[in-house]
Ligand binder design. Structure first.
Ligand SMILES: [Zn+2]
Length: 413
């Protein structure tokens, strides 16, 4: 680890010289400023696969899931987002021709941001009871290693799912809207979805009637910019349809889900249900974005798909980029300082003899004023000599990055 004095100097450099490290009831997801209705159909070129990392932050044994339980959730997502769920045949007539295959697959990441093989599952014990609703200086403890939680992997490239005790009364999950990240309302390090531990996965330890993995499907819907069918704010119970139905607040900004002011929370309706009569068609109470029991939430619509694909292109392009993880340099969380990326063998006559301790390192040399003097990339681990032409002798800082990791060393040239 670099010493405290150098850390202070580095922070000063960061501040003074714009030293950029590529700086870069049920559901609690609300956005103060939803993006408008999609005007143009955003058709996917091809189905995508989103790498997922699951952070199971557990306070006791009951909150620690098995890998099998976690894998069952991934299976549910791959059914629900590909309209491959077995219960899809239950969709009522009105909505049968509106069902959409979202063309999104999910896979547990097989490598971490450094390219090391990984299961995509992090089991992280915590001493904080109810960590999901704990904050330190505005930061959600759940999302940070140093606050007792588990830090995100590069949120531009991975879907981070935290499974823990959320400890909000009755809240099963939270999905962070892409607009909350874009506006800065939520730090990038907290981007993803949070799921109550006993509502995650199918069967096993999940508690009926929320044991079919639909909470996570729903929250990922928010993560991909979908609102509840009644919009961003729940209409008052038994609101007069002549008042609530025309109110534009109560709308999900999707055309083919009919206006709906009932939430059906915890219910499992059937047949023709219409909380806004005369407004087109029945409520899409079977939508994944509603509050019905798991067994009754079974579909997305084409209009929702358009909104999701528009959001992917507008707000989450990293998920469309197969090279995202390779390019994920620092970016989305505080860079983690380490001391095992490289060794300086010696510095002599404007050249540095170095040993890369890992492949694919990005090297940048700064002078004492924080100005970039030289930069290069090494692809392979091993020793090499780097010529630094035209350098003025004196104190420099060599900064080496790999993903979120950062090693800094003072070098006298
Ligand atoms: Zn929700």
């Amino acid at each position: 680890m670099i010493n405290a004095q150098l850390t202070t100097k580095l922070l000063l450099l960061l501040l003074l010289f714009s030293f950029t490290i590529n700086a870069q009831g049920w559901c609690f997801s609300l956005t103060t400023n939803p993006s408008p209705e999609v005007e143009v159909t955003a058709v996917p070129v091809t189905a995508i696969t989103i790498p997922v990392v699951v952070h199971n932050v557990y306070y006791n044994d009951a909150q620690r899931l098995t890998e099998t339980q976690i894998q069952s959730q991934i299976a549910v997502l791959n059914e629900d987002f590909r309209s491959a769920n077995a219960d899809l045949d239950q969709v009522i007539n009105w909505y049968q021709n509106k069902v959409a295959d979202m063309e999104i697959n999910f896979v547990l990441a097989d490598q971490d941001p450094l390219g090391n093989p990984h299961s995509g599952i992090i089991f992280s014990p915590t001493s904080i009871d109810g960590i999901g609703n704990d904050f330190t200086n505005g930061r959600r403890n759940l999302c940070y290693d140093d606050l007792g939680g588990s830090s995100a992997w590069c949120t531009d490239c991975y879907l981070n799912i935290w499974v823990a005790d959320l400890d909000f009364s009755g809240v099963a999950g939270v999905g962070i809207f892409p607009t909350e990240i874009a506006s800065g309302e939520v730090p990038r390090a907290e981007d993803g979805v949070y799921i109550q531990y006993d509502r995650f996965g199918r069967g096993g330890t999940a508690t009926a009637p929320y044991d079919l993995g639909r909470t996570c499907t729903h929250e990922i819907g928010h993560y991909l910019n979908l609102l509840h069918p009644w919009g961003n704010v729940s209409p008052p119970p038994n609101c007069n349809p002549s008042i609530c139905c025309p109110d534009p607040v109560y709308d999900d900004l999707v055309d083919d889900t009919e206006k709906q002011t009932w939430t059906y929370a915890g219910l499992c309706p059937s047949g023709f249900q219409d909380s806004c009569p005369g407004n087109g068609g029945p409520d899409n109470y079977q939508n994944f974005m509603g509050f019905v029991e798991d067994a009754c939430a079974i579909m997305f619509t084409q209009g929702q798909k358009d909104r999701v694909w528009d959001a992917l292109q507008t707000y989450r392009p990293g998920l469309l980029n197969p090279d995202c993880i390779e390019q994920c340099v620092v970016g989305t969380k505080t860079p983690q300082q380490v001391d095992n990326l490289f060794k300086l063998i010696y510095s002599l006559h404007g050249e540095l003899t170095l040993e890369a301790l890992a492949p694919d390192l990005d090297w940048t040399l700064y002078n004492a004023l924080g100005q970039e003097v030289s930069s290069w990339r090494s692809e392979l681990a091993g020793g090499f000599t780097q010529q630094i032409s035209g350098v003025v002798s004196g104190v420099h800082f060599l900064v080496v990055q790999k993903g979120i990791l950062l090693q800094v060393r003072k070098v006298v040239l």
